[in-house]
Structures are given as C-alpha cells and as structure tokens.
Design a protein around this ligand. Structure first.
Ligand code: NAP
Length: 292
C-alpha cells in the first residue's frame, strides 16, 4: 500500500504558485486577491476558511475575510456578493457553505459573477465543465483529479465507484472521471443512499471514492485487493485524547482497508489540502483570465 499524500502534493502546488506570484511581482503585475465570506461560527467552516486564508498568505496572494453573524439577513449577504462582483481589486471569492437555514444557498451561489466563482459552484461553471468549455472546476473534484495526475494513478479503462452524489463533490467528479482525459476515461458508477447492493458494486471497483460524511463507512470487505481509495469524508468525532476534544474522521475504515489497497488517501492530509490547492489555482486563473 502507498499513501496518496495530499499534503505533500499540495505543498508542491503551493510552491509553484509562490513562484508564479514572485514572477508577477518582478514584472510589476497584479497579485491575485481572494476574498471569503463566512457566516456564523461553525467550527468546521472556521477551520476551512482559516486554512484558505493561511494558504493565501503563504503563497503571497492577497486575502480578505468578511464575517457575518449567523442572523445576517439574506439581502445583506446578496448585497455583499454584488459589491465583491464589482470590486476590481478582488479576483475571486467564495461564500463558505453551509449557510444558515434562512439563507437560500442556491440564490447566493447564482448571484456570484461566474468569472469570480473560484469555488466552481455557479451553474455557468458547472455547465462549462459538462461541455469542456474553460471555466472554474469545483475545487474538491479538481483537487482529486490533480492528486491522481501528479501521482501517476492509472485511470483509463478503470471501473470507478463514487459514493455520494453531492453537487460539490460526487456529481461533478463523476463527470470529470468519465471524460476522455487523463485522468479520466473511467467507467463510473455514482452511488447514493438509494443504491442497492453497494457492497457488491464496490467489490468490483478499481477505484473507490467515498464522499458520504459517515466515518468508517467503507469497510475492508467492500474493497477488492489492489484498489485505489480516495477518502473525501471529514467528520468531527469526539475524542477525549485529543487536545481539541475531537478528531477528523474519513469515510473509510483506514486501518482495515489500507493493507488491501494499492493507494489510499489519509484523513486528514489527503483530499482536504488538495481542495485548498485547487482554490488557489482557480484564483490565479481568475486573474489571468481577466488579462491582468
Ligand atoms: P453531502 O451533501 O453531505 O451528501 C452525502 C451523500 O452521501 C449523498 O449523496 C447521500 O445520498 C450519500 N449517502 C449517505 N448515506 C449513504 C449510504 N448509506 N450509502 C450510500 N450513499 C450514502 O455530501 P458532500 O457535501 O459531498 O460531503 C460528503 C463528505 O465529504 C462530508 O464528510 C464532507 O465534510 C466532506 N467534504 C470534504 C471536502 C474536503 O475538501 N476534504 C470537501 C467537501 C466535502 P443521497 O443523495 O441519496 O442522500
């Protein structure tokens, strides 16, 4: 078994981006600027946004964090999105999900200018992805594709089972891996909570990608010898031995599954850092696409 080290791969990407920023500075060009809107105090969202801001600082991007109270009215958020759309100094921005229940996530996502939608969630960008038109790819699936590519994981002709059909991970990833690209050219099965005989389906998979949000869901008996396993899940589980009081758990029973596979991503240190790296790549692209 070999670890698919998302942390190490993302460090390499960040170094490349750092160099790109330094070159831009030398040429007197603009430095990419990423803004993030965070609503409320959810621990997970706070961790993700802080990690994104930290990555910007490391690479040399400008970053702006805009925070709102949990009770912020939808109109205020929409107005902020509009002002970021118009702000020429901001190249790309994200609205950290999930949002409180009184806010319509789709409405907010649709309000973002697709040219600044570096999370790649806007319908225009998802449509572009379907039709192979250049745009922004959703950060987590794009990060997984980059991880496969940079670690020379063979995907052509492979049978890939993706568990979880969310709009931000499973669904777009199923499209990307089906395409005539490298990585790609997989025969993809997209499984969900209504899928029957999931164990048998997984047993035939060369690649399993789990994006469910249920710790340890993928068990040893579901995995065939030599399979590649990508674990997207990140669930906070109470842990008295951890100073934080919790630990991050993936969707795969790592200890039991790892010895059977050829490659496996750890949690943490697998898909998470690659998501952030993709966001940074998208931000640089957002600026370059504007011809700055
Ligand atoms: P989500 O919106 O939470 O949806 C979960 C998906 O899992 C749904 O499609 C659901 O099926 C499916 N599912 C639930 N129980 C199932 C079962 N017993 N058998 C088969 N499928 C089942 O998904 P998400 O937003 O993609 O998040 C999934 C996990 O990935 C979470 O832990 C999240 O924190 C993590 N995540 C990590 C990153 C990262 O960068 N590392 C990024 C995004 C998400 P139905 O559609 O039928 O309900």
């Amino acid at each position: 078994m070999q670890l698919l080290d998302g942390k190490a791969t993302s460090e390499q990407i960040k170094k490349e981006l750092m160099l790109a920023v330094q070159n831009r500075k030398k040429e007197g060009k603009k430095i990419p600027h990423l803004a993030a809107i965070l609503v409320g105090n959810d621990g997970g969202s706070l961790t993700y946004v802080n990690a994104k801001v930290k990555a910007c600082e490391l690479i040399g991007f400008e970053s702006t964090l805009i925070r709102y109270d949990e009770t912020v009215p939808e109109e205020i958020l929409l107005a902020k999105v509009q002002s970021l759309n118009e702000d020429k100094s901001v190249d790309g921005f994200i609205v950290q999900l999930p949002l409180p229940k009184h806010i319509d996530e789709l409405k907010i996502t649709q309000a973002i200018d697709p040219r600044k939608d570096v999370d790649g969630f806007h319908p225009v960008n998802l449509g572009n992805m379907m039709l192979n038109i250049p745009g922004f790819l959703p950060a987590t699936p794009a990060g997984i594709m980059e991880l496969l590519k940079r670690n020379n994981i063979e995907t052509e002709g492979k049978k890939c089972v993706i568990i979880g059909r969310s709009n931000i991970v499973g669904m777009p990833l199923s499209v990307m891996l089906s395409k005539n690209t490298n990585p790609g050219n997989c025969t993809v099965t997209l499984a969900h909570s209504k899928t029957k005989n999931l164990k048998a389906i997984c047993q035939t998979a060369d690649i399993i990608i789990a994006a469910i949000g249920q710790p340890g869901f993928v068990k040893e008996e579901m995995v065939k010898e030599g399979a590649v396993i990508i674990d997207v899940g990140t669930t906070r589980v109470l842990d008295a031995n951890n100073p934080k009081g919790w630990k991050l758990c993936g969707d795969v029973d790592f200890e039991k599954v790892a010895p059977k596979c050829s490659f496996i991503t750890p949690v943490p240190g697998g898909v998470g850092p690659m998501t952030i790296a993709s966001l940074m790549i998208n931000t640089l692209r957002a600026m370059e696409l504007k011809g700055k």
